[in-house]
Structures are given as C-alpha cells and as structure tokens.
Design a protein around this ligand. Structure first.
Ligand code: FAD
Length: 495
C-alpha cells in the first residue's frame, strides 16, 4: 500500500486486469484476480469505500426480507457467504441476535416457516438457530416496545461488520498478494486498439491493461458511457438512509427488526457500542450521485416508525447524532417501488470488451468477484481459503484490524467511549493510504458517525498528527479541517 510507488507502476507497467472502483466489489475482484496469478491493478476516484460501501447497514446477512419476496437464491448465497466470511475474518464479523416482534398471531406460522428456511440456508449454525419468545421475554429485550397487542416474537441471528474495515481488509490482502492499488485516481476515458479496450485514461496518466472491469456501483452507467456513448442507462439508484442515535434512548439489549405499520417495509435497530443505527429507507433517487443525503422526510419516516413501534422512547430529531445516505445500484426494472426490485448482481460485456458488474451486496462480494474473474481466466478461485487477517484476539483494536493490530502502537484512546486509538491515525497513513482528514475520521475510524460531536473536536489534533507524515503546512491543515466540516454537513448531517 505504498501509493507513490504504485502510481509509478501504474504509469509504466501493463496489467492483465485493471479494476475501476475501490468499493467492496472492486477490491473483492482485485483480491480474487491477484490470487489467481493475474497481474492486477485497481484505481479508485475518491477514497477506498467512499461510495455505497461505507453507507450500508453494516450487516453480513442472508437478507431475511428477501425470503418474503421469494428471492431464495439471494438468501441462499448470502447465508453461505455469511458463514464463510465468519471463518475468513472472525474478528471482524460479529454475530448479532435480532428480535422480530409480532403484533399479529396470524403472522406467526408464516414467519416461523421463513426462519426455518433462513436457518437451513445458513446450515443450522450451532447456537444461532431461531427461537420463539413470549411477549414478556420480548419486552425484556426491548422494554420500550408497544406492549398492547404484542404476541411475542422470534429471535434469529445475523452478523454485523464495519463495512469500511471490511473493504480495507480485502484491499490490503490484495495488495499483500501483489495487486497495485491507488486511491484518488479517477478514470476519465478508455484507450482502444482496433475497437478493443487496451487500458484507461486517468486525469494524469494512462494505464495499459489487457482487460478492464468496471466495478463503480451506481456510477457504472457514467463509466460505460465513456466507453460507448450510445450505452443506455441500466441503473436505478435507490437511496437508503440511516440515523445514528444513542443506544440508551432506544433501551435495547439486542438488535430489533421492526415492520412498518404504514408500508410493511422493515427497519433495523442495530446496536453499535453505545450507539444504534436506525435504518434504512428505500426510495428512488434522481439527484447527484455523489451527494445523496438524509432529507427531512427520510428522518421523519424513520423516527415515526420507531415511535409507533417503541412509543415509550419518543425519539426526536434532537436525538439524532448523525445521518448518512447511500445509493443501491439496482438494475432498472418495472417494479413499482425499489424495495421490490431484484437484489441480484449482474454482469455485462460491452462490444469493446469492458466488463461491468453491478448490484449485489456487501455480504456476497466474494461470489461476485469470483464470477467476474471466471470470465477472464480458467484458473480456479482461491478466495474461499484466503484469510483476511484472521485472529482469535478480541481486544477492540484486534476486532478492527485482525492480525494487523500488532502494527498499531499508540493505544491512547482518541475519544472516551469509542474504540478508536491514536495509533490508527499513523497506521491509516502508513499502511492504508489515508490522504485526507476525512479518510481518517470518516472511514479508517468512524468518528464522523459515532462520536458525540462527529469528530469535530478531534479534527485539529488529528490533522496535526497527520501533517507530520504527509508534510502539511499550517494552511493545508486549515484546508483539511474546513473540508472535513463541509463533509460533515454534506454527508453526515445531524437529524
Ligand atoms: C442503505 C444501504 C444499506 C445496505 N446495507 C447492506 C447490508 O447491511 N449488507 C449488505 O450485504 N449489503 C448492504 N448494502 C449493499 C452494499 O452496500 C452494496 O451492494 C455495496 O456496497 C456496493 O459496493 P460497490 O463496490 O459495488 O459500490 P461502491 O461502494 O459505490 O464502489 C464504487 C466505487 O467506484 C468509484 N468510482 C466511480 N467512478 C469512478 C471512476 N470514474 N474512476 C475510479 N473510481 C470510480 C466510486 O468512488 C466508488 O468508491 C446496502 C446498500 C445501501 C445503499
């Protein structure tokens, strides 16, 4: 992960495969390809995971709700991948019990059968099989639940992981095996020979590659149009918003899956240390792809849903510490609402040979990557056995960095009550290509989401610490802090 050396190699060498996009899909493809012996490069326009891959619900899950839509294949694949990821990165992927409360007796047989199928898809993992609970037990797990008419519920299991850290684990593993990665390199066009793509143009230099893969998520239409101006739009961006609130306000001892009384969608309440994520929404989006944000109506929808199901908590906008919004790269279709649109991933090849992959989930990134690289080489994928810095250690730093935790020296907490330490700032620059203050505060750590003040009080001291390694002068430190403030306003506004 030596960016300067990598830029030099990108300029001079020719690659078997160049991946555009440093989200989970692109990094997954880079890892799969390099581990099959392909000379692999990856470029990302912003920071790694700066797109949808840092804006998810952070669940590694089979997608229980897809069963309701009869999307069995999605659930089966995702459940298997959940189990596999837990073996490859056991420190990062944490099992989470979810309470699914029921206010209707009639729903019980259907939900119960669905959960049997869900557990079967995951191979009935020991100790993690669903069970029915009575109303009293449900209220012990979530005392603020509406008790009137509560018919008990089910407890089932999924898992969660910091999405950015998952991307960085995969990116770093790919780099370890020889992939040449660089962030802040934007692809602006393609090189062609005899009508076939032979590389890409970036803002500053060209990169030669025998095969190019477009893994740019919701931006994939934009990139396809640079290859073929006549290529039509394939993506139907759907916005998903999350709120971050203090866990004590929700009074939960487990995660909860809440059905909306208005439109039947489900919303998750997911504990993250002393905080909880509340989300998500699912609405068609037609604004700027790099500026989705939680609008007042998104926040109101989520607050109303929580307050109708947990009437005791009276959650208000003032309780919302931060919000974030991401865009799902769904395939265009005729469904009336994006919630009903298929969640499968899709591959397309353009006449000039550009391979585009879109859709899918964080959880299924490895399968998507395998399918893409299967189109390029006959050598077999090995990623099912490539560990992602796996460790048994469970201290807070090991949970986030796995076996790499030993490289993090200074364990002084960055802020009370959150697991981030000063040594992560140095590590982010030296080994994870962090180049800006936002890279460190919003993605290498998640202070922008989880700190009481969204990391504002740390902006100056962290920028000073970074300045020593990145050679920033006083003016640059000020510019970084101002940019971070803007980033908070634009991407992580309060409720
Ligand atoms: C609200 C929400 C909740 C979700 N929750 C879950 C969940 O809990 N579990 C789960 O499994 N999945 C979840 N998903 C789905 C999952 O997050 C996405 O499927 C996944 O992150 C998409 O990753 P990606 O790499 O394809 O796209 P992205 O992460 O968006 O990556 C694409 C990258 O391409 C880069 N790029 C664009 N143009 C260029 C260019 N010209 N040159 C170079 N780089 C470029 C962008 O900067 C971006 O970083 C959720 C999605 C949303 C929106």
């Amino acid at each position: 992960m030596d960016r300067a050396a990598n830029l030099e190699r990108l300029r001079r060498e020719t690659f078997d495969l160049l991946v555009i996009g440093g989200g989970i899909t692109g990094c997954g493809i880079a890892l799969d390809a390099v581990s099959r012996g392909l000379k692999t490069a990856l470029v990302e326009r912003g920071d790694f995971a700066c797109g949808t891959s840092s804006k998810s619900s952070k669940l590694i899950h089979g997608g229980l709700r897809y069963l309701k839509q009869l999307q069995f294949k999605v659930t089966l694949e995702a459940s298997r991948e959940k189990a596999r990821l837990k073996r490859l990165a056991p420190h990062l992927i944490e099992d989470v019990p979810f309470l699914l409360p029921l206010w209707s007796r009639a729903a019980r047989p259907l939900v119960g059968s669905g959960l049997w199928i869900y557990d079967a898809a995951a191979g009935f993992p020991r100790g993690l099989v669903h069970r029915h609970v009575r109303a009293r037990a449900a209220l012990e797990m979530a005392p603020a639940l509406r008790a009137e008419g509560l018919r008990g519920g089910y407890v089932y299991y999924d898992a969660k992981a910091d999405d950015c850290r998952l991307v960085l684990h995969v990116a770093r593993r790919a780099a370890d095996l020889g992939a040449v990665l660089a962030n802040y390199v934007e692809v602006v066009g393609f090189l062609k020979q005899g009508g076939r793509i032979s590389g890409v143009r970036t803002r500053d230099f060209d990169i030669a590659a025998a095969q190019v893969v477009n893994a740019t998520g919701v931006w994939c239409d934009e990139v396809c149009a640079r290859d073929d101006a006549a290529a039509g739009a394939r993506i139907r961006p759907s916005k998903g918003v999350h709120l971050v609130v203090p866990l004590r306000r929700l009074r939960l001892t487990s995660a909860v899956m809440l059905p909306s009384p208005v439109d039947g969608r489900v919303v998750f309440l997911i504990p993250w240390g002393d905080r909880a994520l509340v989300g998500t929404t699912d609405t068609d989006y037609s604004g700027r792809l790099d500026r989705p944000r939680a609008e007042a109506e998104d926040v109101a929808y989520l607050l109303d849903l929580v307050n109708s199901r947990l009437p005791g908590v009276r959650l208000t906008r003032q309780d919302v510490l931060s919000t974030y919004a991401g865009l799902r790269p769904l395939l265009r279709d005729d469904s009336a609402s994006p919630s009903r649109a298929p969640r499968e991933h899709h591959l397309f090849t353009s006449p000039s040979g550009l391979l585009t992959i879109t859709g899918g989930k964080l959880t299924t990134y490895r399968l998507m990557a395998r399918e893409v690289v299967d189109r390029i080489t006959r050598r077999k994928s090995r990623t099912h056995q490539i560990e992602l810095f796996a460790t048994d250690a469970r201290d807070p730093v090991s949970r986030r960095y796995g076996s790499e935790a030993c490289r993090i020296g200074d364990r002084t907490p960055l802020v009370d009550g959150l697991p981030y330490v000063w040594g992560e700032v140095d590590h982010a620059i030296e080994r994870e290509m962090a180049l800006t203050l936002s890279d460190v505060l919003a993605r290498r750590t998640r202070l922008a989401l989880f700190a009481e003040d969204r990391g504002r009080s740390l902006a100056e001291p962290v920028a000073r610490r970074m300045s020593a390694r990145l050679g920033w002068d006083r003016e640059e430190i000020r510019r970084q802090i101002d940019t971070y403030e803007r980033d908070l306003d634009e991407n992580f506004p309060r409720g």
